[in-house]
Design a protein around this ligand. Sequence first.
Ligand SMILES: Cc1cc2nc3c(=O)[nH]c(=O)nc-3n(C[C@H](O)[C@H](O)[C@H](O)COP(=O)(O)OP(=O)(O)OC[C@H]3O[C@@H](n4cnc5c(N)ncnc54)[C@H](O)[C@@H]3O)c2cc1C
Length: 544
Amino acid sequence: MTGAAAIDAGTFDYIVTGAGSAGCAVAARLSESGRHRVLLLEAGGKDSYWWIHVPIGYSRLFANPRINWMFESEPEPELEGRTMYQPRGKVLGGTSSINGMVYMRGNPADYDLWRQRGCTGWDWDSVLPYFRKAEDQERGGDAFHGSGGPLRVSDQAIQWELGDRFIAAAIEAGLPANNDFNDGEQEGAGPFQNTTNRRRRWSTATAYLRPARRRANLVVRTSSHATRVLVEEGRANAVEFLCDGAPHVARAQGEIVVCGGVYGSPQLLQLSGIGPGALSQEFGIPVVRDMPGVGADLQDHFYVRLAFRCTKPITLNDVANNPAKKLIAGLQYLLFQKGPLTSNGICAGGFVRSDPRLERPDIQLNFSVWSFAERSHRGVQPHPFPGFTISAVHLRPDARGTVMLKSPDPLAAPAIRFNFLRSRDDIAALTAGMRLARKITTQPTLAPYVAEELLPGAQVTSDAEFEAAIRKNGVSNLHPVGTCRMGADPAAVCDPRLRVNGIAGLRIVDASVMPTVPAGNTNAPTIMIAEKASDMILEDAHAA
Ligand SMILES: Cc1cc2nc3c(=O)[nH]c(=O)nc-3n(C[C@H](O)[C@H](O)[C@H](O)COP(=O)(O)OP(=O)(O)OC[C@H]3O[C@@H](n4cnc5c(N)ncnc54)[C@H](O)[C@@H]3O)c2cc1C
């Protein structure tokens, strides 16, 4: 596609590519004053699909090509050659429109580590104001929580008997009680909070974009796939995109802000000749800047689930498998906005250290009131009986992977390689997490609810058997980050103000800039990054 043949889509102060967790927040903040003309390009469509907004609809979004990129990784050598299914939102709100809605910030030390790695201004004390700015905490604001921000954060609207039992059993097993994982102290067991208003999902499209869309200075274009950033004399000044298949070009007088996510952002840069020079040459793309770091440093959490058959029909499986219960739940939701449909099912959990010598937790336990026979690109299939799941998530895996073009076709998926489980430490941490999860289920409060351990199964007891189960069943926790890493070192893609090194007028703002993955879910940290980046972009514009 060349600029000359393309339809002129106009000139803007800022062009934001990708309306995901970060992109919606950035576009809303940059257009807030009314002074700047902002174009937001999103490859997917509007978020009008009903199940996006109903918390239980999460499982219906997991493998739905209508709103999901449905990537698949390359075979993983240490995981019996299995590929890792990678859902990603392709819709307004991006992955915040299809994710599990757990609100988690990570550990303060994660951000202090960012600063120690050269990311000045990203330590915990500096990022906390942006977590607070984004937040509308149902429990009210305090030193750690914001009130009145765009992003609703709430407790589960439904009290799950099993969730309460899990928390009590975890305390019996020796974990401290923790009612708030986001106040700087992670360790312990307790209830999870969600990005919902108790009834509906609160994606960034709902939180940020919906109130901003009335603004005359914000243009939102869906079905608009950015295919190249044009750079002239070292400055990014236009974006080419395909809208319903037709080539378009939009020009930027200020900046181009790439918010395509951990797969979309490195791909767009590589398609633009900003990436590993040899890769560009292999696909006949003129090299604009040789940057080996673009697409490198992919990191993700890795988890193994323990699935249990439950003795009582009190799980979400029982709603899904019983037409009468399903009907009642549907009516409860439609008439009163209450009941199981208000829940994501991931109601509780905990943070623990896999080894007492560690300074902070490296394992997250997620407790879900459902269990499934299959969860892949074919969809989610609950077990045909009552069940629950405890996932042991390793928060600091040693694996580093890549995201690289497979083809010069901008609509083709990139090659994703995680290289999971290359270290003994990864296996040891997960084994400890799984043993602890099992121990919790044997405590007096929870044991009566366990009919059978389905996965990995009670026969798995030795370290070797746990390792085999991890290699067979472990998967990506869907928190990939780091493919356009910020830093102060020569290999970093962008500087700590998120400006792409060596290219003026180009920033990256999304999960791909994280230098290391935080010890928690990644949506809230991505929104924090968007809030902070928006301030930096506006500050730099005023200073210019
Ligand atoms: C199934 C699932 C469950 C999850 N559960 C949780 C959870 O419970 N809690 C949590 O905190 N995190 C969760 N996460 C992770 C979290 O949602 C993501 O880390 C976060 O949304 C990433 O935000 P982002 O802005 O980097 O990318 P995205 O939100 O993916 O945004 C990227 C956007 O860019 C668009 N785009 C990409 N390329 C182009 C292009 N070339 N042109 C135009 N548009 C483009 C995409 O369509 C998308 O809208 C989950 C993730 C998944 C997949």
